[in-house]
Design a binder for this molecule. Structure first.
Ligand SMILES: [Zn+2]
Ligand SMILES: [Zn+2]
Length: 251
């Protein structure tokens, strides 16, 4: 499966039936059982979510879920709640891309990452992830350790820094994605790293698979090797969604 693809990329293409078919054709080509659309909430007004459900009927062999990737900011919780009430989403990914107005995942921000105290930066990031998990707005946490994207590592053990966020995710029954896009960032590894996946497994937090594709040809990228990694770590199933309910797929 691939539970995180961006039909409209960064607002660079239209949500037409033709574009939807390009994504679904690629999903078929790479043998996915389920695909989940999760465009960025900032493009919500340009999306055509009912059209995804309509075109999906042409693909009875493929389970198509309609979700959204929401930029989490603690001050936006009310706004997010209102937005999510507008459509019966199958799943909603909560992602932290910004800390107090600092949009930290743009390539030009790398120098800022290197100037900051790494432990403080990681602590703040995971505090926001913890608040996102506690907000009751999401089914899934996006790219759990995104803050590492430029390869800046903390001095403190990552499990200590991420512990509060993992605790909250476990308590709320949320899903964490194994997001393969990190392999194509400077850090060059999955989100999250293996040590965190082992802790996720220990806590019994369910996982899903995602490419974070921003174009059709990246749908399902590395899904096979990512599934194999989870299997090697002793994880036996991954999660799809239908109207907010988890669906279990054996690995
Ligand atoms: Zn994201
Ligand atoms: Zn994304």
């Amino acid at each position: 499966m691939d539970m995180h693809v961006h039909l409209t990329g960064h607002g660079d293409r239209l949500a037409t039936a033709e574009t939807i078919r390009e994504f679904l054709d690629q999903a078929r080509r790479v043998g996915l059982k389920q695909i989940g659309f999760a465009d960025h909430d900032v493009y919500y007004n340009e999306l055509n979510l009912p059209l995804i459900r309509e075109v999906a009927e042409e693909y009875p062999d493929l389970k198509v879920a309609v979700g959204l990737e929401v930029d989490y900011r603690p001050s936006d919780e009310g706004k997010i709640k209102t937005l999510l009430a507008q459509f019966p989403f199958d799943f909603v990914i909560g992602s932290v891309h910004e800390l107090n107005g600092w949009a930290f995942d743009y390539p030009e921000e790398e120098a800022v990452h290197r100037q900051k105290d790494p432990d403080g930066m990681y602590e703040e990031y995971f505090r926001w992830v913890e608040m996102a998990a506690a907000s009751d707005l999401f089914t899934t946490m996006g790219h759990f350790d995104l803050i590492k994207l430029f390869g800046v590592r903390p001095r403190t053990d990552i499990l200590r820094l991420a512990g509060g966020a993992l605790e909250q995710i476990q308590k709320k029954g949320l899903v964490i994605e194994l997001n393969t896009a990190g392999r194509y960032k400077p850090v060059g590894e999955y989100y999250p790293e293996v040590k965190i996946i082992e802790e996720i497994k220990r806590r019994g937090i369910p996982m899903t698979l995602s490419s974070d594709a921003h174009r059709a040809e990246h749908v399902g990228r590395d899904a096979g090797r990512a599934a194999q990694l989870l299997k090697d770590l002793g994880i036996k199933e991954i999660i799809g969604f239908d109207h907010g309910q988890k669906e279990y797929y054996p690995l």
